[in-house]
Design a protein around this ligand. Sequence first.
Ligand code: GAP
Length: 463
Amino acid sequence: MAAENNDVMEKVVSLCKRRGFVFPGSEIYGGFVGSFDYGPYGVELANNIKAAWWRAMVQLEPNIVGLDSAIVTHPKVWEASGHVGGFSDPLVECKECNTRSRADHLLEEVGVFADEKMSIEEINQIFDANRDKIKCPKCSKQNFGTVSTFNLLVKTNLGNFKNDWSSDPAYLRGETCQGIYINFKNVLDTTRVKVPFGIAQIGKAFRNEIAPRQYIFRKREFEQMEMQMFVAPETEMELYEIWKQKRLQYYIDLGFKPENLRFHEHENLVFYAKAAFDIEYNFPFGFKELEGVHARGDYDLSQHQKFSGVSMEYTDPYTNDKYIPHVVETSVGLDRTFLAVMSEFYHEDNLGGETRVVLRLPKQLAPIKVAVFPLLKNKPELVAKAEEIFRMLSKEIRAEYDDNSNVGKRYRRQDEIGTPYCVTIDFDTLGENPGLLDTVTVRHRDSGKQERVAISELVSKLK
Ligand code: GAP
């Protein structure tokens, strides 16, 4: 049975630290707000999440290709995209303790809807009407200044050697998709794609979030997995509906419970968007955006055409129609997926009269697929055989050798990191019971059941 929702977050955070999934960023210096590091098991899980996304979006989709564009681009990219002028969140400062908060989040906490797409005048009006309800999250006082806009783009002096570079900066990308738009022509001219086709990319993005919060849900340095599908204008809404459903199904196919996922339609659209839905996941702190699916019209390519002077027009090879393709976008954060995965598959159950924590990860996501144990670490003949089996398995699947403490404790540890199988080499493996020579015990994570398997069949069985 899954643990109660209200304490799952605390338990997930504790497990992530205890077992080396996620560490607070720059921890030995007291931490660095909005920054986290993935530890040895975290990086394996993150890589498996990225591989699952890449498989679904690139490998299994005949008309989607991959890309890995630069993080820092020509600064004009961000002028064209509208980020320099308008990529901002509403900021409000507590006059008592100087804590800066997002005004829309403070309003949300008292049940009033506002979002970053509203004009600053609109948000100030709503904020003023609710000042008597809103408290500073740090000092609980109710003495706020006026709401102002704060641009989220992170400036950098990469390639700029002037002392006063900040007036002429480059930017760390605020979203990965701009790298896709500026390579639209390159991909079109060098591959065999025809509209409709997509370009997918996984990579880091940076935002000066005013109030990073909810652990790795909202970070300042994070990773996105984005796909931009370039489509004929008249097919945009049809493909948008298809991608909405495909992306929801993706999570269900991964093993998420359908009741933990839902669509949320944006109430406020940016001026160029035709439609925008979030796929929300039921995080331990409630349903929140996991992924966005957007119909963006021809805004992105038109803007880059205008600012770069390079035509983004597409000529249909069958009809000779010329148009600037419209874009259907799917965009999800790796870190949010990571948190959703940890929350979804965290379980506590009772096995053999003992309560245990078990991460019931789908096999494809598990950081370690099989753990190999010698029954005793002080018996050289057991150790030699276990090492031999570990070497054999690790050539085929991600395996871990573990000889710390007793087998029961090793099982608990592997359950906590979500390892689907544990293989134990014992005296029967060496022929103490001749009928069991060259067999091992395979223990299954979810049921705790054990079976005897011939070493010669191990690889095929575990794969
Ligand atoms: N290209 C569209 C775009 O970037 P977005 O809604 O701003 O849209 C898309 O972001 C996804 O990126 C979100 O659904 C979320 O999963 C992830 N994301 C956005 N900001 C994030 C942050 N500060 N920390 C972690 N993930 C974030």
